[in-house]
Design a protein around this ligand. Structure first.
Ligand code: FRU
Length: 499
């Protein structure tokens, strides 16, 4: 039975979501029906379909009482909306149903595991959150919270573990039972990822730490995910309060990928550590194993520090990245948009060996809902060019630039003139690998976003662009002489194609 709180949320989204016009919504990126969304939750297979839940405040386009919103898909591109799945309606989650994950049980039910937050006033007047792990069971649309909730509390934590920062369980199943990794703040005040095990998905015991931060990468580690890929063990975490490290990690909320080998206790011995995404708007990624074995990742295409500075005209805030296929190559996590995107390709416009120096517009190369790949190399192999630049989402007033300098091996994205009305971070620079000045850059755009994939996914960088949709010019320029190839597809989403 849906609680009053959940019924209210469902009625509210049904009544008001039609008022958010289609052109304010991305064409193929998951977004909320109304209100605010953040982290992806419960990204998983259920009865042959891919389900995605998300942190959700239906009532306002700002963070607030956390519900779980819900969508599903068969191809990661077209999504069907489902009613809100969870509301903060129990004493143990009255202050929020925070992030978590989902799995299909052998009896055909869907199991959700999430963090229940309950705040209590302390003697000094402050509010302290108590975070516990809770379960809900359902049929893919309606869920009952488990009568024995919460299933993991302070008493399940190792000595020194904080009950105020104990959240974001990620579940998976193996031949010998169920596992979950959960973020926690140990006694040193930074972050750790703890492993729990269960024979049936309902009764859980602590196993040990998968990894500890020791104050090296930020503080508290949020939203862990842990999986095996291409013969390596991969841990993803989203640390709070990071200090910048060169061009690899920026300050604030970041995302970190650790690749290595887990020992017999599943403690990760890390060998390679790098940022997951080098853009401004990317946080809290979560993965699933697709029906065909691919590991697919989706993330919140926003970040805490910039999410709070959205234009006050928006009626719904937040979207997800395009789902990305992952692989591990040479100690790096490689990401490319799911191949299903190509099913929505319209006409292909191609140019080969275009000589370029001054600003150039190519006939047919424009748009805001596109998948465009650009290859660049020096026009004369022995003379290195100084810089190559793409100007995207451009009109007389607006532009977002992507610049590559081969001598530095650095890509720089600047959205200062995209139309954001606030003086927040608008520029990111990140290192890329380039042999003799050659680089391949793929721009996946969906109205108010740009996702850049460099050299077939060696680096990814995600950006929200608050640019009017009429600004759809694309131009290219170089300092020095380059040759450029361009392949551009419009992405077409007509009603008839709906499944
Ligand atoms: C990460 C996060 C999670 C938490 C959720 C609350 O973005 O802070 O740790 O569960 O958001 O909405």
């Amino acid at each position: 039975m849906a609680s009053e709180k959940l019924k209210n949320a469902r009625a509210f989204e049904e009544q008001y979501s039609p008022y958010v016009p289609e052109d304010e919504r991305p064409a193929y990126h998951v977004n909320g029906p109304i209100g605010w969304i953040n982290d992806p939750n419960g990204f998983s297979v259920y009865k042959g379909e891919y389900h995605l839940f998300f942190q959700y405040n239906p009532y306002k386009p700002i963070w607030g009482p956390m519900h779980w919103g819900h969508v599903k898909t068969r191809d990661f591109i077209r999504w069907e909306r489902l009613p809100a799945a969870l509301a903060p309606d129990m004493p143990y989650d009255k202050d929020g149903c925070f992030s978590g994950s989902a799995i299909e049980l052998p009896d055909g039910r869907q199991l959700l595991m999430y963090t229940g937050v309950r705040e209590e006033r302390q003697e000094d007047g402050s509010l302290k959150p108590y975070q516990t792990q809770c379960l809900a069971v359902g049929d893919g649309e309606n869920y009952e919270k488990y009568e024995a909730n919460p299933v993991l509390t302070a008493k399940d934590l190792p000595k020194g573990g904080s009950e105020a920062d104990f959240r974001d369980p990620k579940l998976w199943r193996e031949a010998d039972g169920y596992y979950a990794v959960v973020g926690n703040r140990p006694a040193d005040g930074s972050g750790s990822v703890l492993l729990f095990r269960s024979a049936d998905g309902f009764h859980w015991t602590y196993q040990g730490p998968v990894a500890s931060n020791h104050n090296q990468y930020g503080k508290m580690w949020e939203c862990p995910d842990f999986f095996r890929l291409d013969g390596r063990d991969v841990l993803l975490v989203s640390p709070q309060e990071m200090m910048p490290i060169g061009l690899e990690f920026h300050a604030g909320n970041g995302t970190v990928c650790m690749i290595g080998e887990a020992d017999g206790n599943r403690h990760l011995i890390r060998e390679n550590v790098h940022a997951i995404d080098y853009g401004i708007d990317f946080y809290a990624p979560q993965t699933l194993e697709a029906l065909d074995g691919r590991r697919i990742m989706i993330a919140w295409m926003q970040n805490w520090d910039t999410a709070r500075s959205q234009p006050n005209t928006i009626r719904t805030c937040g979207m997800m990245t395009v789902p990305r296929e992952l692989s591990v190559r040479d100690g790096r996590l490689i990401q490319v948009p799911v191949r299903e995107l190509s099913r929505y390709y319209g006409e292909k416009i191609s140019y080969k060996n275009v000589p370029l120096s001054t600003e150039t517009i190519l006939t047919g190369i424009r748009g805001r809902v596109i998948d465009m790949t650009v290859n660049v190399r020096p026009a004369n192999g022995s003379v290195m060019y100084h810089a190559f630049r793409m100007n995207l989402a451009k009109d007389g007033e607006h532009v977002t630039t992507v610049r590559f300098k081969p001598e530095q091996g650095v890509v720089r994205v600047d959205r200062s003139r995209c139309g954001f009305p606030f003086d927040i971070v608008h520029v990111r620079e990140f290192p890329v690998y380039s042999k003799h000045g050659s680089i391949r850059m793929r721009c996946v755009m969906d109205k108010h976003s740009l996702e850049l994939f460099v050299n077939d996914g060696e680096q990814a960088a995600s950006f929200v662009l608050h640019t009017p949709l009429s600004a759809d010019v694309i131009s290219f320029e170089a300092e020095g002489e380059v040759l450029m190839d361009v392949d551009k597809y419009d992405l077409i989403f007509s009603e008839e194609e709906e499944q």
